[in-house]
Design a binder for this molecule. Structure first.
Ligand code: PMP
Length: 460
């Protein structure tokens, strides 16, 4: 019997029957997957789209609110929501209208419009930092923040927590193993040694944090307020305050990446928990699902950025490249969508619907696992919740990783997909959006109940 309480042979039998069911029920998706192999590498437009639990990629026809329909006509309740990109529902009406309006008014011009000014005002009011920049993705935002942090502090080392993810930023691709920073496994084409300028330490470890910062070479600590990419790991009481206190003590900047933790409530953890970062980052849902991300800075950081900019500009006689910015960053369509998203979609009333639903889902999951005598934990963060195959919620990335049971996770996900429910792949995370209903939550719990009943009845 594995540590999750479910045997590998039961999982194998269960998975075989679910794979057969998927293949039988999805002839159109399977036909498209075959066709796609001719011209898309691995048959998908982005490689990780083939890493899900299905035996062949699922092709989507349409998505709206909390639901999408696949090309074979099955309807799904979506608890993945584009892994947060559509945390406020697919194609929210105000964003859909904004896209239609903007469609004939120019999509990208390399110049700002009034929407940019309004977005700056709304962002400052929402998140509490006075100055903002807009990028195409959260990956880009984090990459540029790191450049600024290095330029300002004239230090090179980035400090991150073991098991973090902040997008495909090279510098964060490190892990903590046996007291040392090592490159993350699985990187393709990594030419240089990432451990030279990146340091990784365990989450929730104040001593390790102080030791890492005390070396005096750390430009910034980049972190999520709660880890969400290796399963969910919540901060110990007072840990984030220690992050602020110690970064200040040792002259390092604090970067809070709220790309996922924006699920916590209006203004993210930064506002809800009064985190006082030097840099604040949020991407994915900020423009309702249109590619867009932002980073905000304090008054003091903005002053230091101006100084750094002046020095660099003098060195390059004004003709250099900053190493930041992509051509489509802050394009007219993204700015229009971000404006309406902040004004009409990402609102207090949206959170008021999402938070109690997610909390009810977490309660339902706890009850379900107890009922099946499974020692699995459930962690909540606002509209987001996660179940993990371990008895108590993990405190570090390594503990969260130790609770992974990939074959079981994929078996459960596939069972749910075969019954019209999608949860976030690669771990067991769910999000509730403003259109998710109590009945949807009950369906998820009911189907998971049936999955566990079936699995546990199989010979171990
Ligand atoms: N930061 C965090 C915390 C994330 O979870 C992610 C993506 N999962 C990113 C940044 C990067 O976002 P994107 O892939 O949209 O660049």
């Amino acid at each position: 019997m594995s540590k999750s309480g479910i045997s590998e042979s039961a999982i194998a039998a269960f998975t075989a029957s679910e794979r057969a069911r998927f293949i039988e029920n999805n002839p159109t998706s399977i036909g498209l997957a075959k066709r796609a192999k001719a011209n898309l590498f691995n048959g998908v437009p982005m490689h990780w789209m083939s890493d899900w639990s299905m035996p062949s990629p699922l092709f989507v026809q349409r998505a709206k609110g909390a639901r999408f329909t696949d090309v074979d006509g099955h309807e799904y309740i979506d608890f993945c929501l584009g892994d947060t990109g559509t945390m406020f529902g697919h194609s929210p009406d105000p964003v859909a209208r904004a896209i239609a309006e903007q469609a004939n008014n120019g999509l990208t011009t390399m110049l700002p419009g009034e929407d940019a000014v309004v977005c700056g005002e709304l962002l400052a009011e929402r998140f509490g930092l006075p100055y903002w920049q807009v990028t195409a993705t959260a990956t880009d935002a984090n990459r540029y923040v790191l450049r600024w942090a290095r330029a300002i502090t004239k230090r090179n080392v980035l400090l991150v927590f073991d098991g973090c993810y902040h997008g495909t930023v090279d510098d964060v691709m490190v892990r903590y193993r046996d007291g040392k920073t090592v490159p993350r496994a699985g990187l393709v084409g990594q030419a240089y040694d990432l451990t030279q300028y990146s340091r990784s330490i365990p989450f929730n470890d104040v001593d390790a944090l102080e030791t890492a910062l005390a070396q005096g070479d750390v430009c910034a600590l980049m972190c999520e307020p709660a880890m969400t990419n290796i399963g969910m790991v919540l901060p110990d009481p007072g840990f984030l305050q220690k992050c602020r206190e110690l970064t200040l003590k040792y002259g390092s900047l604090l970067v809070i990446d709220e790309t996922h933790t924006i699920s916590t409530g209006l203004g993210g953890c930064t506002r809800q928990w009064d985190l006082k970062p030097d840099f604040f980052v949020v991407g994915k849902p900020i423009a309702g699902g249109i590619p867009c991300a932002v980073f905000g800075v304090t008054e003091q950081v903005a002053l230091a950025m101006r100084d750094a900019q002046k020095t660099v500009s003098e060195e390059s006689s004004g003709h250099g490249h900053s190493g930041m910015g992509t051509t489509l960053s802050a394009n007219s369509l993204a700015m229009r969508c971000m404006r309406v998203s902040l004004e009409e979609v990402m609102t207090e009333s949206a959170y008021q619907h999402m938070l109690p639903l997610a909390s009810g889902l977490a309660q339902g999951l706890r009850y379900l696992f107890k009922h099946h005598q499974l020692n699995w934990s459930v962690t909540e963060l606002g509209a987001r919740c996660e179940f993990q195959f371990c008895a108590t919620s993990p405190r570090t990335g390594a503990q969260a990783e130790a609770a992974f049971h990939d074959s079981l996770q994929m078996a459960l996900h596939l069972y749910l997909i075969n019954r019209g429910i999608l949860i976030t792949p690669f771990h067991n995370m769910t999000l509730c959006c403003p259109q998710t209903s109590h009945a949807d939550v009950d369906r998820l719990i009911g189907e998971l109940d049936s999955a566990l009943t079936t699995l546990l009845a199989l010979p171990g």
